[in-house]
Ligand binder design. Structure first.
Ligand SMILES: [Zn+2]
Length: 337
């Protein structure tokens, strides 16, 4: 069997309030009826799945060949669909007909510009590929694709080195997805919330396999959000996306970058702004679990934060789930607070 020649990554996140996901649903999942559009080439199909990209992504699109794969990022940290490229076509008129009308959300800049670099897809499949794990393998730091991208030779090389082929890389990533083992994660959440042993500052690197660590890391997120009732520990915000997903994130007090443990006592639920201020050292917490704000009184950010200085955190009901002093001390030390 010949290997896949290339992989394209396409952002279509449901959380963007832009209608992109709606277009994804309409023109990829539902597919369009080619008899309604004279511009669509004869593909001998009743329904055809079609997508397009803006001129900024033209260079990626130009390298696209039939048989290449596209992965669609529609959910936080997840590529939920894969498809095979059938053919491509540049067509402004068709792009305008397909992707300019919808009645919710605001009009995105992308759409003002149109998506004239069109491609047709076949074999659209539901998959569950953990974006963080895939990006890790190709050497990307972010867990989401910033724009429509073709994997460079270097990034493909990384996958081939690790898995032997691109086909196998996709197969393994689809298989490793933690979503495939919900019972394993709920068990790990239980373990994390029941943890009684003295906390360890860092995560053991030898004790777990890569898959186990991923399960643990996902369970950590869920356990922290549950413990804090999806409430920001600093400001008490409980914002949700239109789809009902919480804005709050599970922050590590002693950070993941230092290999901080996936222990609920090393966790805090924080809204995006407070997560950022916590990770960058604008704020920390005292042993009494009160907010400490860095004293940089000239700064705008300081002004946004100062009212929280000395305030008690919004903490989990269960005292066992509250931040442990070994982690908060290290966080203060790390940021010189
Ligand atoms: Zn907050």
């Amino acid at each position: 069997m010949t290997d896949i020649d290339n992989i394209f990554l396409a952002p279509c996140s449901r959380e963007q309030k832009t209608g992109t996901y709606r277009h994804f649903q309409e023109t990829i999942l539902d597919g369009v009826d080619p008899s309604e559009y004279t511009e669509i080439p004869d593909l001998d199909l009743d329904k055809v799945s079609v997508w397009g990209v803006v001129s900024g992504n033209q260079s990626h699109w130009e390298k696209m060949e039939p048989g290449d794969r596209a992965l669609f990022y529609t959910k936080r940290k997840s590529y939920t669909h894969a498809a095979t490229i059938l053919s491509k076509q540049e067509n402004d008129t068709l792009a305008e007909k397909l992707w300019t009308s919808y009645d919710e959300g605001r009009r995105v800049e992308d759409l003002d510009e149109g998506w004239p670099y069109i491609f047709y897809l076949t074999d659209v499949k539901r998959v569950d590929i953990h974006s963080e794990a895939l990006h890790d393998d190709i050497g990307w730091k972010t867990f989401y694709p910033q724009s429509f991208t073709r994997l460079t030779e270097d990034r493909k090389g990384r996958l081939v080195n690790k898995y032997g082929s691109l086909t196998e890389a996709l197969r393994q990533h689809a298989k490793n997805e933690i979503g495939k083992a919900p019972e394993e994660i709920s068990e790990e959440i239980e373990n994390l919330l029941a943890e009684q042993d003295p906390p360890e500052l860092t995560e053991s690197t030898t004790e777990y396999t890569e898959t186990e660590r991923r399960v643990r890391s996902s369970a950590f997120r869920r356990a922290v959000l549950d413990a804090y009732d999806e409430t920001c520990a600093v400001c008490g915000a409980q914002r949700k996306s239109p789809a009902g997903n919480p804005e709050v994130e599970a922050a590590h007090i002693y950070p993941k970058s230092e290999d901080g443990s996936d222990d609920v006592r090393n966790g805090l639920a924080l809204c995006k702004f407070h997560h950022w201020t916590f990770d960058t050292g604008w704020i920390s917490i005292s042993d009494d679990l009160e907010v400490i704000v860095r004293n940089e009184s000239g700064s705008e950010t300081y002004k946004d934060l100062i009212s929280y200085d000395g305030c008690s955190l919004h903490l989990p009901q269960n005292p066992q789930h509250r931040p442990h002093s070994i982690f908060v001390r290290e966080h203060r030390r790390l940021h010189g607070l």
